[in-house]
Design a binder for this molecule. Structure first.
Ligand SMILES: C[S@@+](CC[C@H](N)C(=O)[O-])C[C@H]1O[C@@H](n2cnc3c(N)ncnc32)[C@H](O)[C@@H]1O
Length: 226
């Protein structure tokens, strides 16, 4: 077990003491593997108490969300989106979009997440996929220290509606944005337009998320000066 993985497992045990992580191949992008929650060793659905704990302090990073999977597939099918570009994955979680960008030729990739456990997960998953990625736990601090990113990827960050106003802030700090989301069905934010879609299931499956399998990809031009 690598150092990152053993740290990550310890962190997971704070909320789910018997849980394990398992190397999981993504069904839509089998070239990409992630350390995700192993629900098979539980041999049962999550108990109400476990569902409560997951909701209270959700270890988002040990699930791979439908939007992240659709974003990774889109990058595979349209590698020019990231090739030779500086990419920030905002709300990286497991790091799926960042890893896809690194695999398909991005010049520089930074996985950004406010959750320090998610950053650890991105590190373990970058190692698992053999890609070089940088990490940040503060987007606004990050952009002070770097040239304007060419593209920001954001997958499934609107589960927290407080992030909707951030979409305008993200535009101010990049050349372009791709945002994948399965929760807000009629996004009405200046500059964002739906232009692609797909279907995927959060992994491991969470029954109550079944309605969120339809993912829309929105694109926006950044408003940062070059
Ligand atoms: C539902 S998960 C999605 C993870 C991944 N993008 C995917 O599609 O699988 C949302 C992630 O966004 C992160 N997040 C939420 N608000 C954020 C913010 N303001 N800045 C950075 N990360 C944020 C959370 O910590 C969480 O890891």
């Amino acid at each position: 077990m690598t150092e990152y993985l053993s740290d990550l497992t310890q962190r997971l045990h704070y909320s789910l003491p018997t849980a394990q992580l398992i190397e999981s191949k993504m069904p839509l992008t089998p070239w990409l593997k992630l350390w995700l929650l192993n629900d098979s060793n539980m041999d049962r659905p999550f108990s109400p108490e476990e569902v409560r704990v997951i909701w209270e302090a959700p270890p988002y990073w040990c699930f791979c969300w439908a939007s992240g999977q659709i974003m990774a597939k889109y990058i595979e099918e349209h590698p020019e989106t990231v090739r030779d570009k500086v990419v920030v994955d905002f709300g990286a979680g497991s790091g799926i979009a960042a890893i896809a960008a690194a695999k398909f030729g991005a010049k520089r990739v930074i996985a950004c997440d406010i959750d320090e456990d998610a950053i650890m997960s991105c590190k373990a998953n970058a190692e698992l996929n053999n890609v070089g990625i940088e990490f940040s736990d503060d987007f606004f601090e990050l952009i002070q220290k770097m040239d304007t990113p060419d593209i920001i990827l954001a997958a499934d960050v609107l589960y927290d509606r407080d992030n909707i106003p951030l979409l305008t802030e993200l535009r101010k700090n990049c050349q372009s944005i791709l945002m994948a989301d399965s929760r807000v069905k009629n996004l009405d934010v200046d500059g964002y337009q739906a232009f692609s879609e797909g279907h995927a299931e959060t992994l491991p499956p969470l029954e109550r998320f079944d309605e969120f399998k339809h993912v829309i990809i929105y694109a926006a031009q950044g408003t940062a000066k070059e």
